[in-house]
Design a protein around this ligand. Structure first.
Ligand SMILES: [Zn+2]
Ligand SMILES: [Zn+2]
Length: 528
C-alpha cells in the first residue's frame, strides 16, 4: 500500500524539475506567495496528468470523455488516483443543470416522492374519489322510484366499445327524436343499458362492463320525455368539492417526478424551467435610427438583402429613417415583424430559423438572440402538473413542486421539523428523508443555505459552485480518490470554515486524499 503520491521531475510553467511527495489519506495544504507555482504544482501537474492518465487507462471504446487534458511535462506520478479538482472558476455553460441536480436532490426527491407521497386535490387538499356515475346522477334523475332510464351512446361509440360485441335491442333515431324504437342500425343512438331509479347504483357496474373509455352518453326517460347528455368518465378519480375540476393523473409512476423524461417534464417548457423568446434588445437598438443600422437583426449576412426592402417600404410609408427607432410609430413595428411588399418581416425569419434548427450553428445563433424567462406553467420547477398533486405530509403542504421552489435552508427547516406529519412514516421513508436532510445540513454548514434549489448552476459564483461540488462528492461516498481545492476558504465566515473542514475530514475518513491551496491560517493549521 502506497503512503504517498510521488511526483518526479515536474516542469510545468515555472516549476524547474521539481519532485515532491503528497501523503495519501491526509489533508495536505500547499502554501506560498502568489506566483510561487502552487497552482502549477497542484492543478497543472497533479490534477491534469492524473486525470489524463486515469482516463487513458480505460479501453479505447470507452474513451468518450471530451475534456481530456493535454500531456504534461512530468517524469512520473505514482499512484494515479481518480481525481476531482475544484478550481476557483465556474466552468458551467449548460442551460439545464441547477443546484438541486448537482446536490443530487433531484434524484433523491424523485425517489422520495414516488415512494412516500399520496395524491390530494392540490386546491382542496383532500383525497380524490373514484368517479361514480350514480353519484353524479343522484342530483339529476327524479326521485320517482318507478322511473326507467335508457342509456344510449352513438352508434360508432357502440361499435368501438365492449358493447359492440352484441347488437342492442333498442335504439333512437337521433338525440332530438325522443322515442325509443326497435333496434335499427341506421339510428344515431344505440342503447347500452337500462336502469330503474331505485336501482341507480347498478348503473356503475353495468356501464363499467360495456363501455371501455370516456365518452358522451345520453339518458332518456319516457316520463320526463327528455334526453340528457352526460359525460361518462371511465376509471377516473376526481375532487368531490363542487365545481372543482381537478382530476387525478392516470397512474402513479416514478417518471412523474423527474423533469428528465417526457412524462415528468413540464409540457410548456419541455423540462427546462424557462421558456425562450426572441429578445427585442438583441434584435433592435432603439437608440439608433434605421440609417444607423439600428435594426441589428438585418445586419446578419443571411438577412442583409432584406434591409433595402425594408427601407423601400418605410420610404413609401413616410416613416423616418433618421429618427431613433424608439420614436417611430406603431405602424413601423407592425411592418418590422409582419413584413410588407418584398420585405417579409421578422416573423418569417423566425420561422425560417426554427426550420433550420437541426444545424448546430443555427441553434447557437438563435440562442444568442433569445432570452429565457421562468416558465409560468411550472413556475420554473421543470416538472409536469403531477408534481403538484402528490404530498408527503398529511396536511397537504409539501409537494414536489413546493420543495423545488425553496431555498436549501427553508427545505431543511421544514423537512427537519420533527412535528411534520409524514403520510407514510415507515422506516424506509425515514431513511430516505434522512439522506436528504444530511445533504441539506452539509450544504448549510458550508454557507450554501441561501441557495434556491432551482438556481441555475451557470449563475453561481465560483466559490458557491466549488462548495456545491464538494456536497456532491460528499454525498456519493466514494473512496480512494484525490480532491484538490483552490482556496476553498474564500468568502467564508468562521462557522462555515468549520463546516467545510468537517467535510474534508469526512472525505479523508472515507479513505480519500485532500489537497488544498490555501492562505487561511485556520485551514492551514488544521492540515495534517
Ligand atoms: Zn378540489
Ligand atoms: Zn415549465
Amino acid at each position: 500500500m502506497d503512503e504517498y503520491i510521488k511526483v518526479k521531475g515536474a516542469r510545468v510553467n515555472n516549476l524547474k524539475n521539481v519532485s515532491y511527495k503528497i501523503p495519501l489519506n491526509k489533508l495536505t495544504c500547499i502554501m506560498g506567495l502568489s506566483g510561487s507555482g502552487k497552482t502549477s504544482l497542484a492543478f497543472h501537474t497533479l490534477y491534469n496528468e492524473s486525470k489524463r492518465r486515469f482516463l487513458n487507462s480505460f479501453p479505447t471504446y470507452l474513451k468518450f470523455f471530451s475534456d481530456r487534458p493535454a500531456a504534461v511535462d512530468v517524469d512520473e506520478i505514482k499512484p494515479v488516483l481518480p481525481v476531482f479538482g475544484l478550481p476557483q472558476i465556474n466552468p458551467v455553460v449548460g442551460a439545464r443543470s441547477n443546484v438541486s441536480d448537482i446536490m443530487h436532490l433531484t434524484e433523491l426527491f424523485q425517489n422520495h416522492f414516488y415512494h412516500y407521497s399520496e395524491e390530494l386535490c392540490p386546491l382542496h387538499k383532500i383525497e380524490f374519489k373514484p368517479y361514480y356515475l350514480s353519484n353524479y346522477l343522484q342530483t339529476i334523475v327524479s326521485a320517482d322510484g318507478a322511473e326507467v332510464y335508457h342509456v344510449l351512446i352513438k352508434a360508432d361509440d357502440f361499435l368501438n366499445s365492449l358493447a359492440g360485441q352484441v347488437l342492442p335491442t333498442r335504439s333512437m333515431k337521433s338525440s332530438r327524436a325522443r322515442k325509443i324504437l326497435e333496434f335499427d342500425k341506421s339510428h344515431e343512438l344505440w342503447e347500452v343499458a337500462r336502469f330503474k331509479q331505485k336501482h341507480l347504483s347498478s348503473i356503475d357496474e353495468k356501464l363499467n362492463d360495456v363501455i371501455s373509455q370516456n365518452l358522451q352518453i345520453y339518458l332518456y326517460s319516457i316520463r320526463l320525455n327528455k334526453v340528457i347528455p352526460v359525460h361518462y368518465k371511465k376509471n377516473q378519480f376526481y375532487c368531490e368539492v363542487a365545481g372543482c375540476d381537478e382530476q387525478k393523473v392516470p397512474s402513479r409512476s416514478a417518471l412523474n417526478f423527474s423533469p428528465y423524461n417526457a412524462i415528468g417534464a413540464c409540457d410548456e417548457c419541455g423540462g427546462f424551467g424557462e421558456v425562450l423568446s426572441y429578445d427585442i434588445a438583441k434584435l433592435v437598438d432603439q437608440e439608433k435610427s434605421i440609417c444607423e443600422d439600428g435594426v441589428l437583426f438585418l445586419n446578419y449576412k443571411r438577412f442583409l438583402s432584406q434591409k433595402d426592402e425594408l427601407i423601400k417600404v418605410l420610404k413609401k410609408k413616410k416613416i423616418s429613417l433618421t429618427d431613433p427607432i424608439k420614436k417611430l410609430p406603431k405602424a413601423f413595428w407592425k411592418i418590422l415583424y409582419e413584413g410588407e411588399d418584398k420585405y417579409t418581416g421578422f416573423d418569417s425569419y423566425f420561422r425560417y430559423l426554427e426550420r433550420k434548427k437541426y444545424k448546430m450553428h443555427v441553434r447557437i445563433f438563435i440562442r444568442n438572440i433569445q432570452k429565457g424567462e421562468a416558465c409560468t406553467s411550472c413556475a420554473g420547477t421543470r416538472l409536469s402538473y403531477a408534481a403538484n398533486q402528490f404530498f408527503i405530509d398529511t396536511s397537504g403542504d409539501i409537494s414536489l413542486a413546493w420543495a423545488m421552489g425553496q431555498s436549501v435552508q427553508s427545505l431543511y427547516t421544514v423537512l427537519g421539523d420533527p412535528s411534520i406529519n409524514l403520510k407514510r412514516a415507515t422506516n424506509e421513508s425515514k431513511k430516505s428523508l434522512k439522506k436528504i436532510l444530511e445533504i441539506l445540513k452539509a450544504a448549510i454548514a458550508i454557507g450554501l443555505g441561501h441557495l434556491h434549489v432551482l438556481r441555475k448552476a451557470k449563475s453561481l459564483s465560483a466559490g458557491e459552485y466549488q462548495r456545491l461540488l464538494l456536497i456532491k462528492y460528499l454525498s456519493y461516498e466514494g473512496t480512494g480518490a484525490l480532491f484538490i481545492f483552490d482556496e476553498p476558504s474564500l468568502g467564508l465566515g468562521q462557522k462555515e470554515l468549520k463546516g467545510i473542514l468537517a467535510s474534508f475530514k469526512k472525505l479523508i475518513e472515507n479513505k480519500n486524499s485532500v489537497i488544498l491551496i490555501e492562505h487561511n491560517i485556520n485551514l492551514i493549521k488544521a492540515a495534517d
